[in-house]
Design a protein around this ligand. Structure first.
Ligand SMILES: C[S@@+](CC[C@H](N)C(=O)[O-])C[C@H]1O[C@@H](n2cnc3c(N)ncnc32)[C@H](O)[C@@H]1O
Length: 288
C-alpha cells in the first residue's frame, strides 16, 4: 500500500506505538489533533468537532482524554440498540459517546493493544456506569470480534498507526454485518520525505505511516467496502503541525535527539501535505 515504515517490521512498529501511547496516556498528551489534553471539555468541541452534549458523556472527574483527530460519530446515524466497535479505543472517549447513542439496548466494544489505555478506558466505563460497554485487548489487524455482528465500525486516528493496513481494512469488512457501516477519522498525507516515513517517532505521531487519501479509498474498496465517501477534510498548516508536535510532547519527549529532530522537521516542512479526514463506507448487503 506504499506507506509502511522502513523494514515493515510489524511487531517492532506496534511495540513502539504501544510504548508511545502508554506514556502519553499517563502524561495526558494528545497526538494529531488535540494537543495538550488538560481539559477535554475545553478543547474537544472546537478542535475536533465534538458537541457539548458529547463531552457530557464523560463523567465528572473521569480522565478520558481524546487522542483523536476528529469525531467519527459526528458523521453517522448511530441508533439505539446497535452494536458499535471502536478500533484503537484509547482512553475511551468515543466509547462513552457511542454508549449514549446506542443506549442500554445497544452494545459498544473497544479494541486496543496498549495496557495503560485499556486500564484507563475500563475505569472510565465503570465511572460512567455502562454495563454494555467493554474493552477487549487485541490488535486491529486481528480483531477479537465475531464476523458479521457489528452495525458500525468507528475509529479515531488509529489506522495510520498500523503497519498492516490492508489487514485492518479486511477486518473491518469481516466484522460488519451486511449493510453495516464504518466511520473513521484519520490522518492522510502526500509526498512524505523518506526521513519522515522511516522515523518511528513520526509514525507514532500519526504522520509517518499515513496513507494518501487515494490509497485510503482504494484500500477500503479492495477490502470489499462500498459507497466510500470522504465526509470531511481538514488540511493542516505548518503552524498547526508545529503546535501539535510541540503540544503532544513529541518534540520534547522524543526518545533521542534524532527522532526529535525528525518531528521538528516534519512540522516545519509538511504544512499543506497532511490532513485529517472523516471517511464513511458501507459493507454491501448480501445479494438477493
Ligand atoms: C492516537 S491514539 C487514539 C485513541 C482514541 N481512538 C482516541 O481518539 O482518543 C491510538 C490508539 O490506538 C491504539 N493502537 C495503535 N495501533 C494499534 C493496533 N495495531 N492494534 C490495536 N490498537 C492499536 C493505541 O494503543 C492507542 O490507544
Amino acid at each position: 500500500m506504499g506507506a509502511e515504515p522502513v523494514g515493515t517490521d510489524a511487531v517492532a512498529v506496534r511495540a513502539a506505538v504501544a510504548a508511545a501511547y502508554g506514556k502519553r496516556v499517563s502524561s495526558q498528551r494528545g497526538c494529531c489533533g488535540g494537543g495538550r489534553q488538560k481539559n477535554v471539555s475545553e478543547i474537544a468541541p472546537q478542535v475536533l468537532g465534538y458537541t457539548d452534549e458529547d463531552v457530557q458523556a464523560v463523567p465528572a472527574g473521569a480522565e478520558a482524554p481524546t487522542f483523536g483527530c476528529g469525531n467519527p460519530l459526528a458523521f453517522g446515524e448511530v441508533r439505539a440498540g446497535e452494536t458499535v466497535v471502536d478500533l484503537g479505543s484509547g482512553a475511551g472517549f468515543d466509547l462513552l459517546i457511542a454508549a449514549e447513542r446506542v443506549g442500554p439496548s445497544g452494545r459498544v466494544i473497544g479494541v486496543d493493544m496498549t495496557d495503560e489505555m485499556i486500564e484507563r478506558a475500563r475505569a472510565n466505563i465503570a465511572a460512567a456506569g455502562h454495563a454494555n460497554v467493554e474493552v477487549r485487548k487485541g490488535l486491529i489487524e486481528d480483531l477479537p470480534v465475531e464476523s458479521g455482528t457489528v452495525d458500525w465500525v468507528i475509529s479515531n486516528c488509529v489506522i495510520n498507526l498500523s503497519p498492516e493496513k490492508p489487514r485492518v481494512f479486511a477486518e473491518m469488512a469481516r466484522v460488519l454485518k451486511p449493510g453495516g457501516r464504518m466511520l473513521v477519522a484519520d490522518i492522510v498525507a502526500d509526498d512524505l520525505p523518506a526521513g519522515v516515513r522511516h522515523s518511528l517517532a513520526a509514525y507514532s505521531a500519526c504522520v509517518g505511516g499515513a496513507l494518501s487519501e487515494e490509497q485510503y479509498v482504494a484500500g477500503l474498496t479492495e477490502a470489499g467496502l462500498a459507497d466510500v465517501e470522504i465526509r470531511r477534510r481538514t488540511t493542516y498548516t505548518c503552524a498547526e503541525l508545529a503546535e501539535f508536535a510541540e503540544a503532544s510532547g513529541l518534540v520534547s519527549a522524543a526518545d533521542d535527539q534524532a527522532d526529535s529532530e525528525v518531528v521538528r522537521r516534519l512540522a516545519a516542512e509538511l504544512g499543506g501535505k497532511v490532513a485529517s479526514i472523516a471517511v464513511f463506507a458501507r459493507k454491501p448487503e448480501l445479494p438477493g
